[in-house]
Each structure stands twice: as C-alpha cells, then as structure tokens.
Design a protein around this ligand. Structure first.
Ligand code: MN
Length: 204
C-alpha cells in the first residue's frame, strides 16, 4: 500500500508565498487522491503495491497494460508531489551552493540565466504539468512534462520540480502563473536540491 507522506513542515510554513489553504487542499485532497487511486488501481497486484513509487514509474512498460495509464497518472502524481514537498521549505530561497551551483553554471552559464529558463519552462507549459531540472548524462537540463508525467519514466533523474497545475496556485494567484512562479523561488529549499544532486552523483 502506498501512503500519503506528511508534509515536512506546517501548512502555513510557506506563507506568504504559498498560502495555507492551497497547501492544505493540495496535500490533503489532491495528493491524497493520487495515493488512493494508485492503491485502487493496484488492487490484486501485491508485488507492485510493495514497490518504491519512483521505481514503480521508472519503467512503465513493465506495468500490465490494463493498469498502465492509471499507474502513470496516479503513481506519477504520488511521486511528483512527494518530491515537490521536499524541495520546498520555510526560510528558504536564495541560491544553491557547492557542486550544484558549479553544475548550474556549467550547464546554463550563470544562476540568473538558469532561473529565467526554468521559469520560462513553467510559464510556457500549456495546460497542467510540471517544470523540471534533471540530471541528463553529464549535465543538467530543464524540461517540462504534461499532466503527472515524470522524467523518471524517461530514465532521467530529477532534482527540482515545479507544479504548474492550476490547483497549485489558483486560490491565491488566480490566472497569474507568472506571479506564482516568481514567489515560488522564495521557498525553494536548495539544501535539499543539493542533497538530491549529490546523491545522484554517488550512484553513477
Ligand atoms: Mn499538484
């Protein structure tokens, strides 16, 4: 059985950038529903129910065809949101340090250029989806995906992600996705992103 992880901070911890009510509905309703629907879809597939969710969505071709779309959508929803809560936090924002900053500079030139490109990926994404920073071979890449699709299913290793579904921002920012993205940078927990980056390097 998959379970809804607790938020690693209080619902109000990301105020004023991400409001309490959005966090509550996003976590307790949206994320919880992905977990429930994933468990429902996997009824009778005990082997899959025991897997780590990232491993579950890594190779969707291994999932029986009759439940593949449900696993892609709800497994993706569970994996993506679990990661999303982790890379945010109170008293965060600013810039990353260490090896991650070096890698960002190598891949994008400088930090402001990276930030602009990532923001553009989120802002320019049509409809519901995510913007991502992934480890792509020897460098970092920015990409965007539709719905709950994860770059993990394409063999990539995400270290930062931004939810651009309307449910992530509509209560506070209405149709102003650009304002949401601008505010979101203030809650990015770079320490955690650095951790993901360094862990991925060790696995190579
Ligand atoms: Mn979401």
């Amino acid at each position: 059985m998959f379970t809804l992880p607790e938020l690693p901070y209080d619902y109000s911890a990301l105020e004023p950038h991400i409001d309490t009510e959005t966090m509550r509905i996003h976590h307790d309703k949206h994320h919880a529903t992905y977990v429930k629907n994933l468990n429902d879809a996997l009824t009778g597939h005990e082997d899959l129910l025991g897997m780590d969710v990232t491993d579950l969505i890594r190779d969707l071709n291994k999932i029986p065809e009759e439940i593949r779309t449900k696993v892609k959508n709800n497994g993706g929803g569970h994996a993506n949101h679990s990661l999303f809560w982790e890379i945010m936090g109170p008293g965060a924002g600013g810039e990353p340090g260490g090896k991650l900053m070096e890698a960002i500079k190598e891949s994008f030139g400088d930090f402001p250029t990276f930030k602009e490109k990532f923001s553009t990926a989120g802002l320019g994404h049509f409809g519901s989806g995510w913007a991502w920073l992934v480890i792509d071979g020897e460098k970092l890449s920015i990409l965007d995906t539709a719905n709950q699709d994860s770059p993990v299913s394409d063999g990539k290793n995400p270290i930062l992600l931004l939810d651009v579904w309307e449910h992530a921002y509509y209560l506070k920012y209405k149709n102003m996705r650009a304002d949401y993205i601008k505010a979101w940078w203030n809650v990015v927990n770079w320490k955690k992103v650095e951790e993901f980056f360094e862990k991925a390097g060790e696995k190579k």
